[in-house]
Design a protein around this ligand. Structure first.
Ligand code: GTP
Ligand code: SPV
Ligand code: MN
Length: 612
C-alpha cells in the first residue's frame, strides 16, 4: 500500500461511524487487501445519493432522464458482456463437497479464498471502497437480518439503496454486537495512476461465491444484478436457505400477494416461478374480473416462518423491485408503470428515447421512430435487434408501488393460504393443477420445469428442471433442500398448511401461439384457486392432480372459446408418459438424499398413467 493510501485509510477509520469491533476489523482487513484510495461509509441519505449519481453521470455510467418524465431517475448501460447472472461462475463453497449437492458448483473454501484473495489483492486501487450497511426485512424485526456489503461500485451503492433497507439507521441498529453477513464485492478493475476509467468497469473473470457455514459472500468481476447486489440472491436466497434449513424455516424465490374477493375475503398467496417467468407481473396484477383486488407484498423473495398459531407466514426481505423491463407496459403491468413513473429509479440496459425517457419492447404497441439502444447505438424500428436487452431491468422502490399492501412493513409477514409453482412450458402442463396434499405439492415443486430465459447467461428456451424455481439459488444439497420441504410439512398441523397449485401461463397451440391471455386475466385462475380453498369450485381428478372443469373457470367477457379453454386445461396422458423418464433421471441425480416420499409420488403418477 502506498503511503498516501495508508494515510487515507487510517484517517477514514478514525471517522468510522461505528465501533462494532468485528465490522471494523473486517473493513480494515478488506481495505488492506484491496487497497482502495478512499473508504466511504454509506449513510443512505439523499445527499449521498445525489453525490453518487452526479459522479456516475460524470463517469458515463448513468445518464439522467428528463425529470418531467422520470424524476430523479437514470439510464445505465453495462458492458455488453455483463448483462445477467452467471450460473457457471456461481459457487457454494461448503466445507464438505457433498453439502453443495449435484446442482451447485463447488470449490474447497480454503482454495477458493486463496484464489479470490489474489484477485482481490489491489483490485480497488484508484477507486473508492464503499461500506454499505443493510438489513433484509424490517430493521425492527425481533431478529433483524443484517448484512454489510463492501463494494467498489457506486452503481451498486445506489442500487442497494433502492433494493434494501440501507444506511445510517441500519448501522445504528447493529450497535456493536449484531451479527451480520459480510458481503464483499469488487468489479475487479483497479485503476493505475492516470488511467482513464470506463463507464462500466468489470472483469472477464467472474466469481459469485458463497461460504454457507461462515454465512459469507465474495463476489468478483461483475457489476450486474444478482451478481453484485449481494443482499438479493446471494444473501436472501443462497445464504438464507442454509440458515433456514438449520432453523426450520424457508427462504424461497417467491412473490407474495394479497388477494381480496368481491365478498371481502382475504387470502395471501406465494408463488415460485423461475427467473423471467412472471413473478413481478403476478405480484402487481390488476384483475380483469370485477370485484377482485390484488395488493403487492413482494415480487421475488419470500422468507417463510411458522407463526405461534401454526400457520406459515411469509415476509418479503427486499425494499425495491429489480424487474424485467421488456414486456412491461400499460396493457400488461400498469402498476409497474405507475411505480416507475414516480421516479427515483435506475433503468439498466433498456433503450433511451430522444426526449430523455426510457423505452423497451412491449412498453407500447408502436416503438418510437428513433432510440438509442442498450449498446448506445442508433436504433429505428427497422433495426434487426431489440432496442433493450432481454434481461434489461428497472430498479425502483417498492414503496412507490400504488398497490403495496399495508402489511408490507409488518415483520411477522402474512399467513399464506396457497403456494403456486409455475414455469414456462409450451406443452404438457395445464393452466392450473391442484395438489392433493403437502407431499404431492412438494413433488410438483420438485419436478418444476421451465424453458430457460435471458435472466441467466447461456442458451435460452431449453427445458430444465428447476425445483421450486430455486435451481440457481439453493445454498446446499438439493436433496436435503427437498427433504427440508417435506419435513417442514410433516411437523406442521396439516389443516393449517397452505394448499399447493401448479400453474402454466405459457402453453402454446400447434401454431406456436400462447393459448392463455395471461397478465390481468390470471386473476381468473386466482379466483378458481380461492374457490377451491373455500370448497366451492369444481375440479376433475386427473393422473397429475385436480384440474378445473371448464365450467369452473370464469371466462366471462374473455375472448376465449370453450375449445381454447379446454386446450389450456388438457391433461394428455401421452405427453405425461413422455415426461416421466426426465423426472426419473432428475430424481436419480440426488441419490440417497432424495426423500423416499417423492419416489412414492412418482410411482403413484406412473401407476395412474398406466405405466410400469
Ligand atoms: P425475475 O425478476 O427474473 O425473477 O422474473 P419474474 O419471475 O419476476 O418475471 P416477470 O414478471 O418480470 O416476467 C418476465 C417476462 O414474462 C416479462 O417479459 C413478462 O411480460 C412476461 N410475462 C409475465 N407474465 C406473463 C403472462 O401471464 N403471460 C405471458 N405470456 N407472459 C408473461
Ligand atoms: C432473477 O434472475 O431471478 C432476478 C434478477 O430476479 S437477478 O437480480 O439478476 O438475480
Ligand atoms: Mn428472481
Amino acid at each position: 500500500m502506498t503511503a498516501i493510501a495508508d494515510h487515507h485509510v487510517s484517517h477514514d477509520f478514525d471517522d468510522a461511524p461505528t465501533s462494532h469491533p468485528r465490522l471494523l476489523a473486517w473493513v480494515r482487513e478488506v481495505a488492506e487487501l484491496t487497497q482502495p484510495d478512499r473508504i466511504h461509509w454509506c449513510d443512505g441519505s439523499d445527499a449521498e445519493w445525489n453525490t453518487l449519481t452526479i459522479e456516475l453521470v460524470e463517469a458515463g455510467t448513468l445518464v439522467p432522464l428528463d425529470p418531467a418524465k422520470k424524476p430523479n431517475s437514470f439510464w445505465a448501460r453495462t458492458d455488453p458482456t455483463d448483462v445477467a447472472r452467471v450460473e457457471e461462475r456461481t459457487f457454494i463453497c461448503s466445507v464438505d463437497e457433498a453439502d453443495a449437492g449435484p446442482t451447485n458448483n463447488w470449490r474447497d473454501p480454503a482454495e477458493m479464498k486463496a484464489e479470490m484473495s489474489e484477485l482481490y489483492r489491489g483490485s480497488m486501487r484508484g477507486r473508492t471502497m464503499y461500506v454499505v450497511p443493510f438489513c433484509m426485512g424490517p430493521v425492527d424485526a425481533p431478529n433483524p437480518m443484517f448484512g454489510v456489503e463492501i463494494t467498489d461500485s457506486a452503481y451498486v451503492v445506489v442500487s442497494m439503496r433502492i433494493m434494501a433497507r440501507m444506511g445510517a439507521h441500519v448501522l445504528a441498529a447493529m450497535g456493536t454486537t449484531a451479527d451480520f453477513v459480510p458481503c464483499l464485492h469488487s468489479v475487479g478493475a483497479p485503476l493505475e495512476p492516470g488511467q482513464d476509467d470506463v463507464p462500466w468497469p468489470c472483469n472477464q473473470t467472474k466469481y459469485i461465491t458463497h461460504f454457507p457455514e461462515e454465512r459469507m459472500i465474495w463476489s468478483y468481476g461483475s457489476g450486474y444484478g444478482g451478481n453484485s447486489l449481494l443482499g438479493k440472491k446471494c444473501y436472501s436466497l443462497r445464504i438464507a436457505s442454509a440458515i433456514a434449513r438449520d432453523e426450520g424455516w424457508l427462504a424461497e424465490h417467491m412473490l407474495i400477494l394479497k388477494l381480496t374477493s368481491p365478498q371481502g375475503a382475504v387470502h395471501y398467496v406465494a408463488a415460485a416461478f423461475p427467473s423471467a417467468c412472471g413473478k413481478t407481473n403476478l405480484a402487481m396484477l390488476e384483475p380483469t374480473i370485477p370485484g377482485w383486488k390484488v395488493e403487492t407484498l413482494g415480487d421475488d423473495i419470500a422468507w417463510m416462518h411458522f407463526g405461534d398459531d401454526g400457520r406459515l407466514y411469509a415476509l418479503n426481505p427486499e425494499y425495491g423491485l429489480f424487474g424485467v423491463a421488456p414486456g412491461t407496459g400499460w396493457d400488461t403491468n400498469p402498476n409497474a408503470m405507475r411505480t416507475i413513473e414516480r421516479g427515483h429509479s435506475v433503468f439498466t440496459n433498456v433503450a433511451l428515447t430522444d426526449d430523455g425517457d426510457i423505452w423497451w419492447e412491449g412498453m407500447t404497441d408502436q416503438p418510437p421512430a428513433h432510440l438509442t439502444d442498450w449498446k448506445g447505438r442508433d436504433w429505428t424500428p427497422d433495426s434487426d435487434e431489440p432496442s433493450a436487452h432481454p434481461n434489461s431491468r428497472f430498479c425502483t422502490p417498492i414503496t412507490q408501488c400504488p398497490i403495496l399492501a399495508p402489511e408490507y412493513e409488518n415483520p411477522r409477514g402474512v399467513p399464506i393460504s396457497a403456494i403456486l409453482f409455475g414455469g414456462r412450458r409450451a406443452t404438457t402442463i395445464p393452466l392450473v393443477t391442484e395438489a392433493r396434499d403437502w407431499t404431492h405439492g412438494v413433488f410438483m415443486g420438485a419436478t418444476l420445469s421451465s424453458e430457460t430465459t435471458a435472466a441467466a447467461a447461456g442458451k435460452v428456451g431449453v427445458v430444465r428442471r428447476d425445483p421450486m424455481a430455486m435451481l440457481p439459488f439453493m445454498g446446499y444439497h438439493g436433496g436435503d433442500y427437498l427433504g427440508h420441504w417435506i419435513s417442514v410439512g410433516k411437523d406442521a398441523d396439516a389443516a393449517k398448511l397452505p394448499k399447493f397449485f401448479y400453474v402454466n401461463w405459457f402453453r402454446r397451440d400447434d401454431d406456436g401461439r400462447i393459448l392463455w391471455p395471461g397478465f390481468g386475466e390470471n386473476g381468473r385462475v386466482l379466483k378458481w384457486i380461492v374457490e377451491r380453498l373455500e370448497g366451492t369450485a369444481e375440479a376433475t381428478d386427473t393422473p397429475i392432480g385436480r384440474v378445473p372443469t371448464p365450467e369452473s373457470v370464469d371466462i366471462s367477457g374473455l375472448d376465449l372459446n370453450r375449445e381454447e379453454l379446454e386446450a389450456c386445461l388438457r391433461v394428455d396422458p401421452e405427453e405425461w408418459r413422455a415426461e416421466v423418464p426426465g423426472i426419473t433421471e432428475w430424481f436419480e441425480k440426488f441419490g440417497d438424499k432424495l426423500p423416499t416420499s417423492l419416489w412414492t409420488e412418482l410411482d403413484g403418477l406412473k401407476a395412474r398413467l398406466g405405466m410400469k
